[in-house]
Design a protein around this ligand. Structure first.
Ligand code: CP3
Length: 343
């Protein structure tokens, strides 16, 4: 008998009520047990590449809250790191990379790509063996555009001006970078699926800063390439796309990329989300700050989502990652409210 993972059912387009539930960045600094493991690990990348510790932190939110899905603990920037780029994480500063130049893009090397990422595949194998049968295991990568923004700027920026300028000034090098990232991300996700991931999610956190033409070329097209490459090998594995900030472009993103499920951020109005749901599952979209605030702000937000989207295929989630200052009691209240909802 195939296991009963309700999130997979929802991704096939079936409605479940109450809906399955998990949180983006569910393993992270808001949890004292995460901070403890993180201290033992040394650097953040050491944590990502140590299967014992990565499994431990992946399971922490499952043990505490019993979510329906578990997301592999890693980071989107292991892909440039595995391609030989210098990547560091500094306390309070986020990721720091050596900004890539056009000649370096032409010379990007990938001989050791899968060797470098073997600890991630090992983490996925161990997770599938350890997780409860009914828990869906999600693998992930960053979308080429979002990963490229960090590779070009070398750090997070508010509007990705360095990457946008680079794309306009060096279109050939930029297209090659997107192509290298799309091909390697597809290969990376295929290996995660073969190691035991039931679903994969593609995070495009920075798709909202692009104009119409660039959104099509930098977000839609590379993700469509990834989807095609995965489907050629694993046609039945659901793929969730999360083009954060895509606004009015969510519908065409789903149609043109062919993703199975659509992650929606909290700025998507619930009526628009209901329209998106007609073409397949949606995942989201509680404002993470409602979870920080708690109380009525939280319960109203949860109720509105359940009411607007509960009759269709919905995966309840936040509209972006949980923030470190979120009180655990608020997460518990959200889980209780979703789990005890009746129609
Ligand atoms: O969701 C999960 O629990 C799985 C793990 C996960 C992490 N990063 C762990 C992490 C996932 C899915 C990501 C994705 C990721 N990483 C994205 C896309 C989603 C998003 O949030 O927009 C992006 C843009 C990154 C790049 C990144 N990694 C940034 C900008 C930062 C610094 C910001 C911060 O919160 O510190 C990271 C570091 C990071 N990745 C942390 C965690 C738990 C915190 C680092 C620490 O513990 O010191």
């Amino acid at each position: 008998m195939p296991p009963n993972r309700i999130m997979l059912d929802v991704l096939k387009g079936k409605a479940h009520f109450p809906p399955p539930l998990w949180m983006m960045r569910q393993a992270g600094r808001y949890l004292p047990e995460y901070r403890e493991t993180r201290r033992r690990a040394g650097s953040f990348l050491d944590l990502c590449y140590d299967p014992d510790l990565a499994v431990e932190v992946t399971l922490q939110p499952i043990e505490r809250f019993g979510f329906d899905a578990s997301i592999l603990f890693s980071d989107i920037l292991v892909v440039p790191h595995a391609l030989g780029r210098d990547v560091r994480f500094e306390e309070g500063r986020g990721p720091l990379l050596t900004p890539i130049t056009a000649p370096e893009i032409a010379a990007l090397e990938s001989k050791l790509f899968h060797v470098n990422l073997e600890p991630v595949y090992e983490t996925v194998r161990r997770l599938r063996a350890k997780l409860p049968d009914e828990t869906t295991l999600i693998g992930f990568c960053g979308a080429p555009w979002t990963v490229a923004t960090y590779m070009i700027a070398g750090h997070g920026t508010p509007d990705q001006a360095p990457a946008r300028l680079f794309a306009y000034r060096e279109p050939a090098a930029f297209q090659r970078l997107l192509k290298v990232l799309a091909d390697h991300s597809a290969a990376y996700l295929i290996r995660q699926i073969e190691a035991g991931a039931d679903v994969v999610q593609i995070f495009d956190s920075w798709s909202g800063v692009l104009d119409g033409a660039c959104f099509e070329q930098f977000c839609v097209q590379p993700v469509a390439v990834i989807v095609r490459q995965i489907r050629a090998v694993h046609p039945d594995v659901p793929i969730i796309g999360f083009p954060k900030g895509a606004g009015a472009r969510y519908q065409t993103y789903r149609q043109k990329t062919g993703v199975t499920g659509l992650g929606i951020d909290w700025t998507v109005p619930l009526e628009a989300a209901k329209d998106l749901q007609r073409l397949g599952a949606v995942q989201g979209n509680l404002d993470p700050l409602r979870l920080v605030a708690g109380g009525k702000a939280l319960s109203d937000g949860v109720e509105a989502i359940l009411e607007a989207l509960g009759e269709g295929p919905l995966i309840f989630n936040l509209g972006h990652g949980i923030t470190p200052e979120t009180p655990i009691a608020h997460v518990e209240a959200m889980v209780r409210q979703v789990r005890s909802a009746t129609r």
